[in-house]
Design a protein around this ligand. Sequence first.
Ligand code: GDP
Length: 486
Amino acid sequence: MIPNDSIIALATPSGAGAIAVIRISGSDAIAATTPFFKSIHGKKLVEQKSHTIVLGHIVEGKQTLDEVLVSIFKAPNSYTGENVVEISCHGSPYIQQQIIQLFLRNGCRMADAGEFTLRAFLNGKMDLSQAEAVADLIASDNAASHQIAIQQMRGGFSNEIKNLREELLNFASLIELELDFAEEDVEFANRNDFKALIDKIQKVLKRLIDSFAVGNVIKNGIPVAIVGEPNVGKSTLLNALLNEERALVSEIAGTTRDTIEDEISIGGIGFRFIDTAGIRETEDVIEGMGIKRTFEKIGKSEVTLYLFDASAVISAPNEQVNSGLKAKDLLLEIKKIKNKYPQKPLVLVANKIDRLSEEEISNLESQFRIPFEEVSNRSTRQSDLVLLSAKTGQGVEELQSRLLQFVNTGALRNNETIVTNTRHYNALLKALEEIDKVQLGIDEELPSDLMAIDVREALYHLGEITGQVTNDELLGNIFANFCIGK
Ligand code: GDP
């Protein structure tokens, strides 16, 4: 049975603001609000039409708590599919609490995290992947993750899965029918059509599964490691990159110093600079990171920026200078990294070029580009040399566009479905596994009863994504991650 008791929560962020919105949902939501709301024109709230807004006061006995606007949405035409009341009050935390407490004393209970959206799902207002997209949309903080979430919320992904499932379901019923006539050796499900369908489903599933590689990094931000010897300009570069978009910068302070990360958006894609604590704190810098930690950091990243001080290398190519390695050692170091992580994109960043003359810059190019390309296995087209000055900003834009090149944004531009959710990804993998078995079954002309089992399993996993197949534990896990009031 779908719960329909009245739940209440603050829908806007807690704290003071110009306006706060308190939301009540349940079959009695409007009736429960009516005794405590006096509209300015005297009409009772229950008599008010759906989708209207009324000005009035929240009152308890003789006491007026606030002047408010109340919006009414009658079932089933509301977010949750139930009767919904939204009270827009003045945004003082005191007023918010007084109003919420008033309704808690009078028949409402505090909503759990995500409970409004859970009800929307249970009442058929949206499917499970759309409900999950609501949480992603709220969490999105750059153009790419926003685009994916809004597309998913509007049902793009769900429709794709639902259509596949529908077609598979048709065949499943034909195959099941064959089971009823097992004695007579009939084939209701045309094997050629069936094979064509299975091939199609396989293709779509593979495309969706592949999209997760992009989707996952877009959703969480692409992890970038900035490494290099002390004093080559790592923190200056980090600041130069972050300053470009101060407004979008966030510092995620984790439980340990090591997990401090800075995030920026370049061309609408989120990039996460990992383990910036080490870069920022001078003591660490002086001690250097050591190759083990450098490797660890590179292991966690999608792209590595390896910085060196071009001015030091040029002025003393074969000597150890205070900020940087000898040119020869530098290439050796890069080779080590490339050996360990052959597939990881690495950008060699020659910093401090403001200290160099034109001639020195072109020398640098010839001194580094070719040996670098040799050690970095140019065939993967995933390595590059960028010359810049973190101090003056020259070349920083160039570096940003190189970073973007490492992200396959083709799918984004073409508005293709991109899977960002690990739960969906796992369900797709399982569905594909079953579909592969079905394909093998067709090729080997297996009896229908055996194939029917695999088809059913595939249907089950596809249904898990949209919530056509579900269970309480799964729903509990999904909605527990929502914020209260959503
Ligand atoms: P880190 O130890 O690698 O993080 O290096 P820092 O960012 O702390 O920089 C070390 C020194 O190099 C500082 O004095 C910076 O001002 C200087 N520096 C960094 N980038 C540049 C640059 O592009 N040009 C010049 N001339 N100096 C720079």
